[in-house]
Structure formats: C-alpha cells, structure tokens
Design a protein around this ligand. Structure first.
Ligand SMILES: Nc1ncnc2c1ncn2[C@@H]1O[C@H](COP(=O)(O)OP(=O)(O)O)[C@@H](O)[C@H]1O
Ligand SMILES: [Mg+2]
Length: 371
C-alpha cells in the first residue's frame, strides 16, 4: 500500500528482445550504465525481454545487474510501472506478437511505456512538413519509386542523396551528383565501411541500372543534397539529444558534432567519421561571434522538431536523437530522428542523458498518482 503522503516510486523495466545465446539483446554497456545510475538514484531498474514481459501475472522475470559480481542475474520483479523501450532491431519490434505486447502496455492503466516504435524516415518528413514551424527544415524528398522519380529529382537538384527508408549508420547511402562540363557528368558515389566507389556516366538510365542493383528490394528515398559546412575539406553535421525532464518538458540534453572521414559522404563514425566539438567546428566556419547564437538556434529548432515528431507519432515519447545539418548560409536542415538514440560518447552528455531517463520516469509515475 502506498501511504497518502508518500510519492510513488518508479520501477523501470528496460524492454529488449530475447536472445537464445546471450539471454537478451541490446547494448549491455548502455543497460549497465542505466542500472548503475538507478542504483545511485535509488530507483530500481531491470531488463525484461518482450517474451518474458507478461502483463497478466503480478510478477515478471527479468535481469538485475549485480555490481559486485558484474553480471546480470535472473530475478522475479513486480510488474513495472515504467517501460523504457530499447528493442534494438526493427524486425523484432515489427513482429506481431511484439507489437501486440507493446500495444497492451500502452493500453495498461498502471504502465507508462515510452518510445513505443522506431521511426521511419518517410513518416518523419511527412510529420514535419505538416507544421509551419518545422517544414522548412526538411530537404526536398521523394520515394525512389523508379527511374522517373530519379530523373525528376536530378533535373531539379544537381546533388542527391539516396537513402534506405529505414536505414542506420550510413548503410546503403549513395550520392548522385550532376557535375557540369564533364564528359561523364553523372557521378554516383557508393560507400561501405571499407571502401568508397565512384561510378561516372553520361547516361542516367545506365546509372539507374547500377542503383537498382545496389538497392535490391529495399525501400529508398531520394533527397536534395545539402552542401554541409566543412572544415579541412571534411563536412560535418550535428547530433542532438532531446529528452524530457522531470516536468515532462522537452529539453536539449546535449549537442555533438560528427565530421566525415576523407572523401566520405556521411559523417558516421563506423564510416570513418570522427567525434568533434560542435562549437569549435562552427566557430572555425562562422567565427566565434556568430557561434553561440547559432547553437541557440539549433537548440530551439530541435525542440520544435521534437514536439512536432511527438505530435505526428501520436505516442508518448521520452527521448530522441536527431541528425541536423548546417549549410554555408547557416540554415539548419533535418536529416533524421532516432527513437532509440545511441549512446553519446561525450561524457557530459552521457551522464545527463542517464539522469534524465530517471527524472522523466519519476514524472510519469507522479502524473498518474496525481490524476
Ligand atoms: N540530403 C543530404 N544532404 C547532405 N548530407 C546528407 C543528406 N542526407 C544525409 N546526409 C549525410 O548522411 C548522414 C546520414 O544520413 P541519415 O539520413 O541520418 O542516415 P542514417 O539513418 O544511415 O544515419 C547525415 O548525418 C549526413 O551527414
Ligand atoms: Mg543518421
């Protein structure tokens, strides 16, 4: 029984997928950091798989991190009142049984599940285009339905990005440029973690054949390429972590910069990119004086974007990360948002991000207690 004056406490379950060999999937280092923070804040937290999360009983089988032994121990827990969805794979989350389980958590009166689903790039753009406050951040984008879609886009934009609709970490991204006054003006760049390849041609149908080969059955979008700011010939963009605080309001937890590797078309670290300080890089391009104003603009725009994404998704979201680009005019562009943000390597962002998960969880249980 909860006493009248006692505030309810969160019991947080990190939701992930079952794994035959490792017991559960997901980034263990991340889960361990969350468990440690829970210990520091005296808020219990455990890992549960979608398979073991059964709402019908009054206890669930989960894993607690035992610090002294440095391992995850199977234990029974009461039904959690907060569920932090960290299912790592889209495929797993899309399985009907898992979807049903998430839906029943969402409908459960005593459970707050946040970030129920992965985002899809195409949907994100549609949501942001719906609002006056956010539509200018979205580069022109079409579904890559065929040759016609590509040829219409390259006529309007001499620089295009082709991206899988549900991609991550730069996998499968290509760039198509039309370079005037060249005998082979169409230049297609294909990158993989190990190499980078440029195919040149004067024929769009030839290029299209090549693209079709690369994409196979995957759904792709084709997007206006943005001339990102660069330093030492390597372009960079921003990773913004946006989370809700203990009052349920969106705040920017931190901003990082990622700079592309030499000749690379994306800024991902696995594709040769590096982690940089955003203020330092922006100051090198725009000068110190303009930089703080620009950082503030990035923050306020990121909040507008987060609110609009949450509205569009129709679900309760507690955090997201987003990839924002800045062009030479200082204009801010939206590339994507992630419902399952990766760990930020920057220690000050990392610490704050862990704290916010607990602050928001506290807010969630307080909410239902007061209502
Ligand atoms: N339209 C674009 N113009 C310029 N650069 C882009 C564009 N789209 C993506 N990029 C670059 O590629 C990176 C990855 O794009 P993103 O859409 O986030 O794909 P992924 O899901 O693989 O991370 C971005 O962070 C940016 O550096
Ligand atoms: Mg990205």
């Amino acid at each position: 029984m909860i006493g009248l004056h006692e505030e309810p406490k969160p019991l947080i379950a990190i939701l992930t997928s079952h794994d035959k060999y490792k017991r559960f999937q997901g980034n263990r280092k991340n889960f361990r950091d969350i468990a440690k923070m829970g210990k520091d804040l005296d808020i219990p937290v455990f890992v549960v798989t979608s398979r073991d999360l059964k709402l019908s009983g009054n206890k669930v089988l989960g894993y607690a991190f035992i610090q002294e032994k440095k391992l995850w121990e199977e234990q029974w827990f009461p039904l959690p009142n907060v569920i932090y969805n960290r299912i790592p794979q889209r495929k797993a989350e899309e399985r009907p049984a898992v979807r049903r389980k998430i839906e029943s958590c969402l409908a459960h009166p005593d459970i707050h599940l946040f970030n129920p689903f992965f985002f899809n790039k195409w949907e994100l753009f549609a949501w942001l285009r719906k609002s006056h406050s956010t539509k200018s951040f979205v580069p022109a984008t079409k579904r890559l339905t065929g040759y016609k879609a590509l040829s219409a886009m390259i006529r309007n934009y001499p620089n295009l990005y082709l991206k899988p609709e549900s991609g991550k970490a730069g996998k499968g991204i290509m760039r198509l440029k039309y370079v005037e006054n060249e005998s082979n003006p169409l230049q297609l760049t294909i990158q993989s973690p190990r190499k980078i390849m440029v195919v040149k041609s004067s024929s769009l149908s030839e290029i299209w054949k090549r693209i079709r080969n690369e994409i196979g059955m995957t759904n792709y979008i084709v997007q206006e390429g943005i001339e990102l700011v660069s330093h030492n010939g390597r372009q960079f963009d921003l990773r913004v972590l946006v989370q809700k605080n203990g009052k349920g309001q969106w705040l920017v937890t931190g901003i990082g910069a990622r700079q592309a590797g030499h000749r690379r078309i994306t800024t991902h670290v696995p594709q040769g990119g590096s982690v940089e300080d955003p203020e330092e890089l922006l100051a090198l391009v725009f000068g110190r004086e303009l930089t703080s104003g620009m950082m503030n603009r990035v923050k306020s725009n990121a909040l507008l974007i987060a609110r609009q994404i949450e509205r569009g998704s129709g679900h309760m979201l507690g955090e997201m990360s987003m990839d924002l680009g800045v062009d030479m005019e200082g204009k801010i562009w939206f590339f994507e948002a992630n419902a399952k943000p990766m760990k930020f390597d920057e220690p000050h962002i990392r610490k704050k991000s862990l704290e916010r998960i607990f602050q928001y969880s506290q807010y969630l249980v307080k909410q239902s207690y007061n209502s």
